[in-house]
Design a protein around this ligand. Structure first.
Ligand SMILES: [Cu+2]
Length: 207
């Protein structure tokens, strides 16, 4: 019994020592924080499967998509509730999952299952100023930056990794950049990434 307890203690110590957090700050070329960037971590030792939990929701509210960027794991079911008193007609031409939700009104909702990783750019046929994105990720370590440009990836295995940063207006192939990173064996590591952004597109012409 004592031996078992000892082994369990070792195991729990071991798993704690091997996982850590990585605090990633994303800044633009002028050093200002970049919000709504999606930071994704891929451990060199292998990426664990994503966990689909939810609920995942992309609302239409005040004639805008809310949130502007939604991060979901591959396989997620996303609802698109209309909280406005006007009708919306949500669509996407994006390759991973083109779709169209024909005109629907207040308090109605529709759901879509996103079964491939990638970027889903959203628009509304009625309101050109409505722009939103669903970033479908294939790693459990993916977080959107907050107003301070900060995304904390929690419980990642220590060791070498690759970090990708995506933002809808980031200059780079697929609006994304990738770089090597190291996750510490315990505690919290820190990484600052600088990105170049394009100005947002002219909303009057849609996306
Ligand atoms: Cu609309």
């Amino acid at each position: 019994m004592r031996l078992l307890a000892f082994i369990l203690m070792l195991l729990s110590f071991g798993s704690q020592a091997l996982a850590a957090d990585l605090a990633v700050t994303v800044r633009d070329a002028r050093g200002a924080p970049v919000k709504d960037a999606v930071v994704m971590l891929y451990p060199a030792s292998g990426t664990p499967p994503v966990r689909v939990a939810g609920p995942y929701r992309m609302a239409q509210h005040n004639i805008q998509f809310d949130p502007f960027v939604l991060v979901v794991p591959v396989g997620a079911t996303v609802s698109f509730p209309n909280l406005d008193n006007v009708r919306h007609h949500v669509y996407s031409f994006s390759k991973p999952h083109p779709f169209e939700l024909k005109l629907y009104g207040h308090d109605e909702t529709r759901t879509i299952v996103f079964d491939k990783p990638g970027v889903i750019a959203l628009g509304c046929n009625i309101h050109d100023q409505m722009i939103g994105f669903v970033r479908v990720v294939d790693t459990p370590f993916a977080v959107k930056t907050d107003a301070n440009g900060l995304a904390v990836l929690r419980g990642a295995p220590g060791g070498k990794a690759s970090v990708k940063v995506w933002h809808p207006y980031l200059k780079g192939p697929g609006n994304e950049i990738a770089m090597p990173a190291a996750v510490p064996g315990s505690g919290t590591g820190a990484l600052t990434i600088s990105v170049d952004l394009r100005p947002p597109p002219d909303h009057a012409h849609g996306y």
